[in-house]
Design a protein around this ligand. Structure first.
Ligand code: GLA
Length: 366
């Protein structure tokens, strides 16, 4: 990649940084409600090569978007949204400078094997990889949690996606061997070892979503309306013993709130199940989570439901669910140890036959 960098931007030794995509095991649409999540890093990563410039111009190119690489540019302080993938770069430089970090212009080459629009946080991986590259090129005094917060701010304030903090925390702090059990309100986290007796499986449905396109922001606004009506600061403040309180809410707010309250408890139960190595219970929690996302939160699509049903019919699978924001994307599953690769391929093939879509098995990586 250094050669490619030099061919585009001229001689010079760029710094290199990267960050992983993530798969959320359980705890969906809970983060912006102040609740719990349990993501882990996937092997697919976004890489950034970056070299400072003597002026305040940013030149950036991405190898992942088109076959022909084109170099985009803008001036620091003159960030303007509406430029596709460059918005993530512009968003990062704008919010980082507004937060008081000082750096000059730079040349950056981005490459990634985290599929876009697949519910695996390609955007957070880009934000975090870029902030890591800026940290090392300009000696910025910024820690991993601050990096996550800036990445989220770039999405919220510049890109226009009102996402929570899960994805950036996962890209900044998660690894492939543990799950990050995160309290999205306090940002306290613990690393929970992934079960050794199970294989993680991630299948991308081939149906892409677009968070900024509205549905996600609508769900978030519905939750805020629900918590205002209930007189709590966030839906996190309710537990299932108080489900009757939700009856005052009009539909669909009642169903939305029921998903958040029950999903939060499923995260806590899932952490217990992992610690007890109770994989059948963990699998049931996956299926329950999926059902809640499909029926109460209404963020699934028929293709994703089909993959989950194929998983349910497969004796090697403990559990499966839609992962990420929804409206397309990927399914995460837990398979009996040693069976993950074969089961994933079997399910992906059956899904392709029945849906006409082109799925990809991302985990286990080949
Ligand atoms: C997207 C958002 C996250 C989170 C998930 C749903 O990935 O970026 O903050 O809300 O959706 O759990």
């Amino acid at each position: 990649m250094t050669q490619e960098f030099q061919a585009l931007f001229g001689p010079g030794e760029p710094v290199a940084a990267d960050a992983p995509g993530r798969v959320n095991l359980i705890g969906e649409h809970t983060d912006y409600n102040g609740g719990f999540v349990l993501p882990t890093a996937i092997p697919q990563r976004t890489r950034v090569l970056l070299a400072p410039r003597p002026d305040d111009t940013v030149r950036a190119a991405s190898t992942s978007i088109a076959t022909e690489i084109s170099v985009e540019h803008y001036r620091l302080g003159a960030e303007t949204s509406g430029r596709g993938w460059l918005d993530y770069v512009q968003g990062v430089t704008q919010v980082a400078r507004a937060a008081g970090f000082s750096f000059a212009g730079f040349d950056a080459l981005i490459s990634s094997d985290v599929p876009i629009g697949s519910g695996l946080s390609s955007s957070a991986a880009l934000e975090v990889a870029l902030l890591r590259a800026l940290r090392s090129a300009f000696g910025l005094a910024i820690d991993d949690v601050q990096i996550a917060r800036l990445g989220q701010r770039a999405e919220n304030q510049f890109v226009g996606a009102q996402c929570g903090i899960m994805d950036q925390m996962a890209a900044s702090l998660a690894d492939e061997h543990t799950a990050l059990f995160l309290d999205a309100r306090t940002l306290d986290y613990q690393r929970v070892s992934l079960p050794v007796d199970a294989d993680l499986v991630v299948i991308n449905s081939g149906v892409a979503h677009d968070h900024a396109a509205g549905d996600y922001n609508i769900r978030r606004a519905e939750c805020e309306r629900a918590s205002r009506t209930l007189g709590v600061s966030q839906l996190r403040d309710l537990d299932s013993a108080e489900l009757r309180r939700l009856d005052v809410l009009p539909e669909p707010l009642r169903r939305r709130a029921r998903h958040v309250v029950s999903e939060n408890e499923r995260v806590l139960a899932a952490v217990q199940a992992i610690r007890r190595n109770d994989l059948p219970q963990l699998g049931r929690l996956f299926y329950d989570s999926h059902q809640s996302m499909r029926d109460d939160y209404e963020v699934s699509v028929k293709e994703i439901d089909l993959i989950v049903e194929l998983a349910r019919a497969d004796t090697e699978i403990y559990g499966a669910r839609l992962t990420g924001g929804g409206f397309g994307g990927s399914v995460v599953m837990l398979a009996h140890a040693g069976t993950g690769s074969k089961a994933a391929r079997r399910i992906a093939r059956a899904y392709a036959d029945r849906s006409g879509r082109s799925p990809t098995v991302l985990v286990p990586a080949v």
